[in-house]
Design a protein around this ligand. Sequence first.
Ligand code: KIV
Ligand code: ZN
Length: 510
Amino acid sequence: MQNIETLKKTDMNFSDKIYILDTTLRDGEQTPGVALTVDEKMQIAQKLNNLGVDKIEVGFPASSIGEIESAKKISNLNLDSTLVGLSRSLIKDVDAVLDANLDYVHTFIGTSPLHRDYKLNMSKSEVIENAVETIEYAKDHGLTVEFSAEDATRTEREFLFEIFNNVVDAGADFLDLPDTVGVLTPILTHDLITDIKSHISSPLSVHFHNDFGLATANTLTALECGVNQAHVTVNGLGERTGNCSLEELVMTLKVSYGIDLGLDTTRLYSLSTLVGRLTGVKMPVNKPIVGDNAFAHESGIHVHGILNNSSTYEPISPEMVGHSRRIILGKHTGANAIKSKLKEFHIDLNDSQFNNVFSQIKDLGDNGICVTDDDLVAIAITELGSARETPIILKGLSLSSGASVSPTATVKLEINGVVKETASTGVGTIDAALNAIRELIKDSIDIELEEYNIEAITGGTDALAEVFVIISDSFGNQSVGRSTNQDIVMASILAVLDSINKLLIINNSH
Ligand code: KIV
Ligand code: ZN
């Protein structure tokens, strides 16, 4: 990792210990359309534990029997992370957390005028009373308590101080500031946290939503101002547009400030993939850290830099988060990228063959087509093939089939100048011809038909048929063959031979 010393500010006030409370299983599960089974919650909790997060909010036990069951099952995994259960400021919710065998309760109540007047229909003193009574009950039952002033960022500052002072007196161990609808900015966060810290000395936490795309930036600012804990979710999942993203926050702290939270960051990508698969919420390709494009490069200038020293265009190595690098071929691709890909696929081209492949890829790119690795191999093989003698030529074919005879094909091939002929049977005439070809070429190559597609490209009984096949050999090479003919069997056999010839050319090229 490159040192960014010159960018570091000196007036940061990070706490010595920063706790990460992951709420993927609670706020993350509140992502519209997401519902996790008990088993899925257990898989995610295990992975969060292996990553090394301090606390995992496992759910909202009072909301369903299933939530209590999943919390109990996660408790039985005996994880190192502290398990947390959400509770409204209600005694029955704390009882559900106790039923779920959890030792840490996260109580909350709406504190803003909007929540007091339109949701709770409570006065300020009633809100304080409920919060205090619930915390006292939880403390009497031996729980560690974190208290959230829901919608804290739209709550009158004086009232926020008042309720925080009251819940601290009632025994709250951690105070959390939710930016419930994500209206903070970094500067506003700085002012809020500085003000709160000058009035309250209890451990502070933040829970920031991402409605304007600022959740990670605001959480980082709160940490810079000395808060002790950040609520995060994997992939930034959560209500509406989500919460602060775990992977973004952890990696920014590590890379930009050199703050190592002790997490095994090489597990971030696989955790993100698991959560994406189980929740059905796939990450956009440009999602920082875990998106498909986080370590993908196309432009010639960038790929050249990356191939010489990956730090030129990557702030961290993909290995650091368990991701991988991809070189994409397209209209911005330079010769170096294509050469490195061809090397990867063991394809040797001379200069003029290479120049032809290079210009074809540029042409495709100019026409808006992104070239996949398979396309590159097909283009390169075709280039190799056109420069050499075709090893196998079809010299003759006769077919017989009928109600009481097995379909039979007699195939005559010229293989490297030697003519050979054989007959085989099969489940149909195409299968019979393929068996005959396999028999005739068995000394040169062992093949497997991986894919066979046929399409009529004109109408009527004399329609032209286009056959497309993918064939593999015993070395794991694959090639695509194509042919168009009015006779389906002939189109199939010519496509198969086209593909086999390409494989033979590739094998002879090294
Ligand atoms: O966003 C929020 O306010 C919450 C609370 C329950 C803490 O998720
Ligand atoms: Zn939330």
